[in-house]
Design a protein around this ligand. Structure first.
Ligand code: FE2
Length: 494
């Protein structure tokens, strides 16, 4: 089976040389159904691998209105479904209202992340003026994918294997309304609950929701912030949630005039708010920490009186301001270059008895997009898997595995001109250890002008992939991904 099931008309001008719309960022227009009866397979697909790896991408279709940011593109999902030593590949656009409205118009209707003040239509996200591109994150809960953009989307649902568009989740959509659901949601594998957040500018707050294993919203609460903030992650342990209030946010003077200039305030502490997951919330217990900006965490867990948070910290996230002259794309790249922001794996400990925070670097090498096994998310764990980054670029060039108990690491670099996305861990059927399974990632080979789905033995990462499945065409570099165990394809298994 290898067929094109749909093709969207790309209206980006042929002379548009924006680096974030060309090369590895070049958008895809075709939607495929394919399987390993028709795709080249190098190596052997493990027979004890069952489930689906899904990756989101920002895949712009229309000539942008104003400055294009690589987080503006329309969501296209790519899935690799493994069962019985075979793989099925599919890719589909996410049919958000924004996507359908622009498709009907045949052109872009909303400006992007950097120019929301030029929007003539009411939009979505914390800013309330962006197209709902749904291109940031993806997770599976209660048997359906949930895909969103990081600033908050309507809660779009899709089938995890066929990628059929189901539209917004009705109950969640009514509850969150325009504030939407931000990326970085979490599923507790032991209770089947999902937690999520949004962070509307007006009123300045974080709202946090809990959805039970059957998809029912059981809790949705608001926590006030001093002013509009731009958090990214939401922490979850067995008994607590962790809110982020970081000293990188829109300059308040500009914001009062409707302008949004993201600034880092190194004299303000980072703050992390701990609230119980169940029962009365009471007061948020805020912990102060080193001024920083951070996007992603490997995991959070409880250790006695302490909550441990492992994530990737940048102590110097400020880049040149975008919008004040100069090469705008070079400035965007400067913000995204993890070597410039020196983003490294870090551990915070929040002591619930003393109210004190302690911190330490876990490594000095630049990494980001840390993940752990779904089965230990929110609980004590041993292994984290991160992506390595190409200096000067926003491109992932390898995987680094951390044994947080022994301090040992393992790594694999994809090779020259080969770049991946967020890697995820897939447990082997009947696994006997936390890292007894596979690491899966889509890799773009710019020399061969093709993409592949690569599968690694997580206990022998340095040996390289155990199999590589060549995709029908080179796909756009992406953002977040997830692994959905075969047992969870129809619902949470608790
Ligand atoms: Fe993210």
């Amino acid at each position: 089976m290898l067929r094109v099931v749909n093709e969207e008309k790309i209206t980006i001008r042929s002379d548009n040389d924006n680096p974030f719309l060309n090369g590895i960022f070049k958008p895809n227009s075709k939607e495929y159904d394919a399987d390993t009866d028709s795709l080249e397979v190098i190596g052997e697909i493990p027979r004890d691998l069952w489930g689906v790896y899904v990756r989101n991408t920002h895949n712009q279709i229309h000539e942008p209105l104003g400055t294009y940011h690589p987080f503006d593109g329309d969501a296209m999902m790519h899935s690799a479904f493994f069962e019985d030593g075979r793989m099925e590949y599919r890719n589909r656009f996410v049919h958000t209202i924004g996507f359908l409205a622009e498709k009907a118009a045949g052109r872009a209707l909303w400006p992007g992340l950097l120019e929301p003040h030029n929007s003539t239509y009411r939009g979505w996200g914390a800013i309330g003026a962006m197209k709902d591109n749904a291109g940031t994150d993806v997770i599976c809960h209660n048997g359906k994918l949930l895909v969103t953009m990081s600033q908050g989307s309507e809660p779009w649902r899709m089938d995890p294997v066929t990628l059929e568009n189901f539209g917004p989740d009705p109950q969640l959509a009514r509850a969150v309304y325009r504030d939407g659901i931000a990326g970085e949601f979490k599923v507790d594998s032991k209770t089947g609950e999902m937690v999520f957040q949004n962070y509307p500018e007006d009123p300045p707050c974080i709202r946090v929701g809990t959805v039970d294993k059957t998809g029912k919203l059981t809790r949705y609460e608001q926590f006030d912030l001093p002013a509009a903030r731009w958090p990214h992650d939401l922490g979850m342990t067995e008994n607590y949630l962790v809110l982020h209030d970081l000293p990188q946010f829109f300059d308040p003077e500009g914001l009062a005039k409707g302008e949004r200039h993201l600034k880092f305030y190194p004299d303000l502490p980072s703050r992390f708010g701990v609230i119980p997951r169940r029962g009365e919330v009471g007061e948020v217990m805020w912990f102060e920490a080193t001024p920083c900006f951070m996007l992603h965490t490997a995991n959070y867990y409880e250790d006695g009186d302490e909550i441990v948070m492992d994530g990737c910290i940048s102590l110097d996230p400020a880049g040149p301001a975008v919008g004040e002259g100069g090469d705008v794309n070079a400035k965007i790249m400067s913000h995204l270059d993890k070597h410039k922001t020196m983003t490294r794996l870090h551990r915070w400990r929040f002591n619930l008895s003393t109210g004190k925070t302690s911190e330490e670097f876990l490594d000095q090498e630049v990494v980001e997009f840390p993940v752990c096994s779904n089965s230990v998310l929110g609980y004590p764990y041993r292994y984290a898997y991160c992506s390595l980054f190409e200096p000067g670029q926003w491109l992932m060039n390898g995987i680094k595995k951390y044994d947080l108990e022994t301090g040992d690491t393992d790594r694999f670099e994809y090779g020259p001109n080969r770049y991946g996305g967020e890697v995820h861990f897939a447990k082997r059927e009947n696994s006997v250890a936390e890292d007894d399974g596979y690491l899966i990632v889509f890799i773009q080979d710019m020399e061969l002008d093709r993409s592949e789905c690569a599968v690694f033995d997580a206990q022998r990462l340095a040996d390289g992939p155990v199999c590589q499945i060549i995709l029908p065409e080179r796909i756009q570099t992406g953002t977040h991904a997830c692994w959905v165990e075969g047992q969870r394809l129809t619902g949470e298994c608790v």
